[in-house]
Every structure is written in C-alpha cells, then in structure tokens.
Design a protein around this ligand. Structure first.
Ligand SMILES: C[S@@+](CC[C@H](N)C(=O)[O-])C[C@H]1O[C@@H](n2cnc3c(N)ncnc32)[C@H](O)[C@@H]1O
Length: 292
C-alpha cells in the first residue's frame, strides 16, 4: 500500500486523546511525500495513533508511556479486540448505561481501575474504549495512583446505534491498516524510542505541550523538551516535531530556546471553547523539521 496515496478521506481513530492530530494529517503527509516508503516510521508519542493510521507506513514503531493506549492497539493487531467484539461490548454495556445511568459508567471505571493486570499494567482494552468514548470530552487522564479518573459525559444514551457503528468502523479501519504493515506497539518513554532510531527511520514527535494536561502518564517539563531536542540533534534519523507556535496570549518559548536551528512551518487552527462563536480561538500550530 502506498503510504502517501489518498484512497480514502482522513479518518478518525477509535481512541480519542488530548492533543490528537487528525487535523494535521494532510499537512504532515505533504511534508513527508516520498519519504515514508522504505523507511520505518517511529512515533515516540503515539497517543491515539491518528497520524500514522492515516499515513499508513509499511513499517512502524509506535510508542507511548501510556500502557493502555499501546495495549489497546496491540489487541486490535492480534484480534483480541475486533470490530465484532467491540460491537458486542459497546451494545451490551451501552444498554446497561441507558438503564442504570451514570452509575454504570462509574462501575466500569472501577472495574477497569481494579484490574490493571495487562502488559505494563494496562487495563482491559474493551473497557478502556468504553470509558474513552463515554467520558467527558474524550479525555484520557489518570490520577496519582494510575487510575482513570475522567468523569462521565452525562449522556446515558451515549451508545446509540449510530455511534456504536461509527466506533466499530474506526476499529475495523485501524485493524486493516495495522495488519497491512509491519507495526510494533510498545509502552516506553521517548528517550528509549529515540535511542533506537537510525538513519533509515523517520521520527514523528508529538510531545505534550509543557504545562498542560498533566497526569500520571503525561507530564511534560522544559527539561523534557531540552532532552528531546538533544536526542533529536544526536539522532541520525530525520524528524518532524509537532508543537504550538503562538496564540493570542503568547508565543511558545521553546521554539526560540530549543528549535530555532531547524525549519519551522506554521498553520493557523481555530478551536471552540463552548458553543459560542465569540469563543472561537486561533492557535498557530508549528511543524519543526530537520527535513529541508
Ligand atoms: C500530544 S499526545 C500525542 C497525540 C498523538 N499525536 C495523536 O494524534 O493522538 C502526547 C502523548 O505523549 C505521551 N507521553 C507523555 N510523556 C511521555 C514520555 N515521557 N515518553 C513517551 N510518551 C509520553 C502521552 O501519553 C500522550 O499520549
């Protein structure tokens, strides 16, 4: 399969997370045109895997410090999570949610947090999906003991048939992409992933934005940004880094501090806080790259 061809529109992955980059896929695709083929794609901060699932590299090393994300996609790969099992699970638990209301969401959350016995402490991937798609704003956040702690979205009818079908289709597409190539999912910190990258690889790095979304698996400091910059400068692999450039309040100081020696591309993105038009905010996103 040609990684840069578009035989279908950009699709959303089955898992949602903070900082998801589905909207940047076309931009990254145009920057990497002709480069993905023949190289291994490495994502040290894979998150929802939105970018790679759309770019479809033939070889990929997908890594994240969050074990639940990596275990979910490994389970899709080995078939223990399938479109059929997802439909069954979401329909059954969705009916209970409709019947019992938010108490059922919290029961599943308790069940998930009480059985973190998968690889690297991962919880049940079907329950993880249920929580991720029924929680407030599609967030992933864990407390200090590593327990999922996002509240319910407050809609007991969340798992309506059309919504279940949409998620089932997303799982199916993710499975088809992953199985068409040679992909590996690992729970590990970014330093380890950078250390494994060689001249034949291509790195796409999308670290958390410093000072935001801090939780058990997801904390990012200026020191981490400096370690990442040093690691990428040492690496023989070319890289693309996603970050923010500026918003109405301030500029990203890391661009000056860490990334000024590279090519920096920018694009404006609008997002809404709440439903009102006046709450439409502009954020200028940046791609920093060693590609010339
Ligand atoms: C901005 S998100 C990536 C989003 C992803 N590009 C997407 O489209 O869904 C950052 C990810 O980095 C992971 N992360 C945070 N600190 C990490 C670390 N030290 N090493 C590896 N991954 C880390 C988080 O768990 C999170 O999934």
């Amino acid at each position: 399969m040609s990684p840069n061809s578009r035989d279908a529109a950009t699709f959303a992955p089955p898992i949602k997370c903070q900082g998801i980059k589905t909207r940047l896929t076309d931009w990254i695709r145009s920057l990497t045109a002709g480069l993905v083929e023949g190289r291994r794609w490495i994502e040290p901060f894979a998150g929802s895997c939105a970018v790679s699932l759309n770019l479809r590299p033939e070889r990929a090393l997908m890594c994240d410090s969050n074990p639940h994300l990596m275990h979910f996609y490994r389970s899709v790969q080995d078939g223990s999570v399938s479109p059929e099992s997802v439909r069954w699970h979401l329909e059954a638990e969705g009916r209970r949610l409709l019947d019992k209301g938010e108490a059922h969401y919290y029961r599943i959350r308790e069940r998930f947090n009480g059985s973190l016995s998968g690889p690297d402490g991962a919880g049940d991937p079907h329950d993880f999906l249920f929580l991720n798609r029924a929680c407030f704003n599609g967030l992933i956040r864990f407390n200090r003991r590593g327990g999922f702690n996002v509240p319910f979205c407050r809609n007991p009818a969340r798992y309506a048939p059309a919504y279940v079908t949409r998620i089932v289709n997303q799982v199916e597409r993710a499975r088809d992409v992953i199985r068409a190539g040679d992909w590996e999912f690992r729970c590990q910190r970014f330093e380890q992933s950078l250390a494994e990258a060689g001249a034949d690889d291509l790195l796409y790095c999308d670290p958390p934005y410093a000072g935001r979304h801090t939780d058990y698996f997801n904390c990012w400091t200026d020191a981490d940004e400096a370690t990442l910059a040093a690691g990428l400068a040492r690496s023989r692999a070319p890289f693309i880094l996603s970050t923010w450039h500026h918003n109405v309040h301030r500029h990203n100081p890391a661009l000056e501090d860490q990334w000024s020696g590279y090519r920096i591309l920018t694009r404006k993105h609008f997002y809404h806080v709440g439903a009102r038009e006046r709450n439409r905010h502009a954020m200028v996103e940046a791609l920093v790259t060693s590609l010339v």
